[in-house]
Ligand binder design. Structure first.
Ligand code: CMP
Length: 138
């Protein structure tokens, strides 16, 4: 099991001014920040990042939303990072997310759900490599 995961604070959370509170909750939960950047995905890059969802009905909406404004991308480290981080962010649909989770606190809807967390160690590596070079890891 790897001890790293990848996250993005999504455009809704950035534009609503929640990025600072979300980072604070992540760090207080014991995750160490290995890499961090404020950036914006082009529609092409967002489409590539979410290529596994290409056949889903919400793909177009997802790509449009994820390229609509700045995001914060980060690599995080903690023992059992992938599972622990998914617990911290809560269910994809904020209506089903547990009290106190990041999505319960900050997400608007299943699409505009404030934050992404990798769903496996393999995807954590793929997604981290998508955003960060070796020199950008501390
Ligand atoms: P995430 O798990 O970060 O990556 C895939 C995203 O697809 C997911 O977050 C949701 O934001 C989005 N998504 C999943 N299901 C739907 C849906 N039914 N409608 C809109 N977006 C969705």
């Amino acid at each position: 099991m790897s001890n790293r995961t990848f996250t993005m604070i999504k455009p809704d959370a950035w534009s609503n001014g929640h990025a600072g509170a979300i980072l604070d909750q992540i760090i207080k939960a014991g995750f160490k920040v290995i890499s961090l950047k404020l950036t914006q995905l082009s529609p092409e890059r967002a489409g590539e990042f979410y290529a596994v969802h290409k056949e889903r009905p919400f793909y177009g909406e997802l790509v449009e939303f994820m390229s609509s404004g700045p995001i914060i991308a980060a690599i995080l480290e903690k023992e059992g990072a992938v599972a622990g981080f998914r617990q911290l962010i809560g269910a994809t649909n904020p209506a089903q997310a547990e009290e106190g989770t990041i999505r319960k606190r900050f997400a608007e809807s299943i699409g505009r759900n404030a934050i992404h967390g990798s769903d496996s160690d393999d995807n954590a590596k793929i997604e981290s490599d998508f955003f960060f070079s070796g020199l950008e890891r501390f």
